[in-house]
Design a protein around this ligand. Structure first.
Ligand SMILES: [Zn+2]
Length: 127
């Protein structure tokens, strides 16, 4: 991903304004602790990450359609496919576990998308 683009900031979980500072204290996509803990401001450009009270409740409206896009095909594949087939008996539970594992990255990416909608990139701030 090219720095200076929205996908770079979203999937690398970087500040939407400078693309340098981390959005989360634990900035890996798959985190097991401090899942949604964010610093108050960007360490590089001092962009405020808490723009207004309850700002990130709007991220639920971003994660919800993403979840639906993943869960609905999984449910229908479970209903349509032949349950007696051995590959399906292994694949379907693995798919369900994968969907649960994707909850944390989807929540983090949703917050990054919301911030990128709200804050524009300023290339004079990046190094
Ligand atoms: Zn920044």
């Amino acid at each position: 991903m090219k720095k200076g683009t929205k996908p770079y900031s979203i999937f690398k979980l970087k500040c939407p304004r400078c693309h340098e500072g981390d959005l989360f204290v634990n900035n890996r996509l798959f985190a097991f602790s401090q899942l949604l803990v964010m610093p108050d401001r960007c360490a590089n450009c001092k962009q405020d990450y808490y723009i207004e009270p309850g700002f990130y409740s709007a991220a639920l409206w971003i994660s919800y359609p993403i979840e639906l896009l993943l869960i609905i095909p999984t449910i229908f594949s479970g209903l349509i496919m032949d349950n007696s087939h051995q590959v399906f008996q292994i694949l379907f539970p693995a798919l369900v576990v994968l969907l649960f594992a994707l909850q944390v990255p989807i929540m983090r990416i949703s917050r990054a998308i919301l911030l990128n909608i709200t804050v524009a990139y300023d290339k004079t701030l990046s190094q």
